[in-house]
Write a protein that binds this ligand. Structure first.
Ligand SMILES: [Zn+2]
Ligand SMILES: [Zn+2]
Length: 297
């Protein structure tokens, strides 16, 4: 039997090992809770509750319904439970010297310290694009990815509202890089915080980036909320995670992305225009007027 399997078998029969595992899982549940739940809740309460009226003109299509948010919360919770076990598995790999997460920032030199986060993000972005395309094949979509796509107008909670297999594919796969490169512990924390913040932000239903962002020569290479929102709206195109280049190079960016971004970030309607628009909506012949895609549902 392999040596580490023997260690594992003897540990499973040891009550102290079970207590240690329980302590580790509790610690990760608290830290993951703070990071994932804290950031997502902060974004949701700010954009969808406190600033709901002020940012209504920034809606990309419509608000998520209350029932949808409850369903997203259910799947979000199951993903968090999975992540707690994932963190424990990462700790196990560390204990078995299968990966190296180091404390001293300069242990592997300043260049690697500065380069490691961009490398991890580029690798994560590539893994996500490929696995996301795979998740859109007929069988995988129907049995796995459809869970995430039940949110047509997502809330920040939808970011981690996934089938467990999808969570393992999209979050676990990028971490396989740790089998080949060392990572400083604060860089790993930044990697996680970036993932939580931008995933929740990508499902915010409101475009908070400034007008011109998507057409900018530099910022346009980063995905926006509109970019991923359109993916939820039509279930095809815009498969990228952090950057727009895979969709552009492989011809999968939605043709109207830039126009929809411009529309969501246009000038706020003047109060007089808003009153006129409201009157038009309540007029007897308003049924013939085009439906406002931004109305709350
Ligand atoms: Zn998808
Ligand atoms: Zn999504």
């Amino acid at each position: 039997m392999h040596e580490w399997l023997q260690d594992l078998a003897s540990a499973l029969g040891n009550p102290e090992a079970w207590q240690a595992l329980r302590r580790v899982l509790t610690k990760f549940a608290l830290s993951d809770g703070l990071q994932y739940v804290g950031i997502t809740f902060a974004l949701w309460i700010t954009l969808h509750v406190l600033l709901r009226k002020r940012l209504a003109h920034r809606l990309i299509s419509g608000w998520p319904r209350r029932g949808e948010v409850r369903r997203e919360l259910g799947y979000f919770t199951s993903t968090m439970v999975l992540y707690v076990f994932g963190s424990a598995a990462l700790l196990g790999a560390l204990a078995l010297d299968k990966i190296e997460i180091y404390a001293d920032p300069l242990q592997h030199g300043l260049p690697w310290l500065l380069l490691s986060l961009p490398v991890m993000l580029l690798w994560q972005d590539l893994c996500y694009y490929l696995s996301h395309r795979l998740l859109h094949t007929r069988w995988l979509f129907r049995h796995i990815h459809a869970v995430h796509h039940r949110s047509r107008e997502p809330s920040p909670w939808a970011g981690f509202s996934n089938h467990p297999v999808e969570s393992m594919m999209t979050s676990g796969l990028p971490l396989t890089l740790l089998a080949f490169v060392p990572l400083q512990q604060d860089v790993l924390l930044l990697y996680v915080l970036h993932q939580v913040a931008r995933t929740a932000h990508g499902h915010a239903a409101i475009e908070i980036y400034p007008h011109g962002f998507a057409r900018h020569w530099f910022w346009g290479r980063f995905t926006s909320t509109t970019h991923h929102h359109l993916h939820h709206e039509s279930i095809r195109g815009n498969y990228g995670l952090w950057f727009t280049w895979w969709d552009r190079w492989l011809g999968t960016e939605q043709a109207d992305y830039l126009e929809r971004f411009d529309a969501a970030t246009g000038p706020r309607p003047a109060p007089a225009e808003a009153v006129t628009a409201a009157r038009c909506r309540t007029a007897p012949d308003s049924s013939s007027a085009p439906h406002s895609a931004r109305s709350a549902s």
